[in-house]
Design a protein around this ligand. Structure first.
Ligand SMILES: [Zn+2]
Length: 65
C-alpha cells in the first residue's frame, strides 16, 4: 500500500504548486489596471498635464475615457 501513496503525495504537491502559481497570477492582474491611472494625460478644460490620478487638481475634471 505504501507504493500507492508515494505517487499520490507527489501529485498532491504538484497540484498545490499549480494552485499557488494561479493564485499569484490572479493577484497581479489588478496591478495592470492601476497602471492606467499612472499615465500622464492632458486636461481638456484647462490644458494642465496631470501626472497622477484620474482627476484634474485645478478644475476637478475627470479623465476622458
Ligand atoms: Zn483641468
Amino acid at each position: 500500500m505504501n507504493y500507492f501513496f508515494i505517487p499520490l503525495i507527489f501529485l498532491m504537491g504538484i497540484m498545490i504548486i499549480i494552485i499557488c502559481v494561479l493564485y499569484l497570477q490572479r493577484e497581479e492582474t489588478p496591478e495592470n489596471d492601476d497602471q492606467e491611472d499612472l499615465e500622464e494625460w492632458t486636461c481638456p478644460d484647462c490644458g494642465f498635464a496631470v501626472q497622477l490620478g484620474t482627476e484634474c487638481p485645478f478644475c476637478y475634471t475627470k479623465k476622458p475615457t
